[in-house]
Design a protein around this ligand. Structure first.
Ligand code: PLP
Length: 376
């Protein structure tokens, strides 16, 4: 069956037609390598400059503080490993939270294996990482604090400006994984006070396989990729000009329409919740009140979330789950575990993340489908 309702925009989003059009010349006629010296390279070179300026202006940065990467995973790896490697042969301590994406958590696991110490701060039942617990953790020396701007499972927005201030009071650099937030929340790196920020284009209707790391002037970071002189010797490899252009156009488009998009997505989630409540289903809404627009993590009592996902899929509706079954057991995600969702509910969790291509009518269809499956 063909998917009729796509409600998994936090996993990825479709390419914006405007971004697609802007990319086309760099996939066809304007194929020159921007590092070459002849006339054919002028247009791709200019396109790179313009894309860097556009992205910088969307987040309040300077163009030369933007470094293109292959996506959010690389940007996250780079922030952590690049900071840690700067200190070798000495090791040190990295502070993060229990609800980060695996791009951060698994990188921390690797750093632990090579001798670094990692401390994961707890979050409260809404998924908020409290400044007081960071202040406490910073009683001991650290190299870096990395806390996400918005969580990919429950949509909770973290108090990044406060957390970054505390890190700086202790002389420690601050990175934020803004992969889910970029393009969906206003972002100003000056107001946030972060030293590094990761983003990924396919989460805001840009192409897949491209992202960027914002790196504040003067913040020391070791390159991960060695080779050519691209990205001012910080990230070797021929630039993916088409993807970079597509990313900048998609981000600018979102930032231009941010207020309308936020209002619309909030209207959709409110509407969906009203429909579900009208069916008198027993569920809880996970996460804080202050959430990513369009993001809903719902836990249904006594239901198997993976079953719900597959049944919805059969009805042409794509959502994500917060638990996965293996042959013996249901494994609850680390985020749901960290916020202490009661087990009866946690097993029945689905994540619905809406986008501008969803409609109010779809909210009724989605609620109706969930009700049908659960009450059967
Ligand atoms: N960080 C967060 C919070 C994410 O949600 C994701 C992707 O889901 C990533 C990092 C990884 O980004 P990418 O898919 O661009 O590698």
């Amino acid at each position: 069956m063909q998917t009729v309702i796509y409600a998994d925009h936090a996993a990825t989003s479709c390419l914006s037609p405007t971004a697609y059009q802007a990319m086309l010349p760099y996939l066809t006629t304007q194929y020159a390598n921007p590092s070459t010296l002849y006339t054919l390279a002028r247009d791709p070179q200019k396109a790179l400059l313009k894309a860097r300026e556009t992205i910088a202006s969307c987040i309040g940065a300077e163009p030369n503080e933007i470094y293109f990467t292959s996506g959010g995973t690389e940007a996250d790896n780079w922030a952590l490993l690049g900071t840690a490697f700067r200190h070798l042969p000495k090791t040190g301590r990295i502070i993060t939270s229990t609800i980060e994406h695996h791009a951060i958590l698994h990188t921390c696991d690797f750093l632990q294996r090579i001798g670094f110490t990692v401390e994961k701060l707890p979050v409260d039942k809404y998924g908020i990482c409290h400044p007081a617990s960071l202040a406490q953790a910073l009683q001991q020396d650290a190299l870096l604090v990395s806390i996400m701007l918005a969580n990919n499972e429950i949509g909770t927005i973290e108090p990044i400006a406060e957390l970054a201030t505390i890190a700086h009071q202790h002389g420690v650099f601050f990175h934020t994984d803004a992969v889910q937030a970029t393009g969906h929340l206003p972002i100003d790196v000056q107001a946030l006070g972060v030293d590094m920020l990761s983003a990924s284009a396919h989460k805001f209707n840009g192409p897949k396989g491209i992202g960027f790391l914002y790196l504040r002037h003067g913040v020391p970071l070791e390159p991960l990729l060695h080779g050519g002189a691209q990205e001012t010797n910080m990230r070797a490899g021929t630039e993916n000009v088409a993807n970079i252009v597509g990313m900048s156009v998609a981000l600018a488009e979102h930032m231009k329409n941010l207020a309308q998009e936020t209002t619309y997505l909030q209207q959709l989630t409110t509407n969906l919740l009203q429909h579900l409540q009208a069916y008198k289903l027993d569920f809880i809404v996970n996460g804080a009140r202050s959430k990513l627009p369009g993001s809903l993590s719902l836990s249904f009592n006594g239901i198997d979330g993976e079953m719900l996902l597959h049944r919805l899929d059969l009805m042409g509706i794509a959502v994500a789950t917060g638990s996965a079954c293996n042959s013996q057991d249901t494994i609850i995600s680390h985020v749901l575990t960290a916020i202490d969702v009661p087990a009866d509910y946690a097993h029945g969790t689905i994540r619905i993340t809406l986008g501008m291509d969803n409609t109010l009518e779809q909210m009724q269809v989605l609620a109706n489908a969930i009700n049908k499956i659960i009450t059967k």
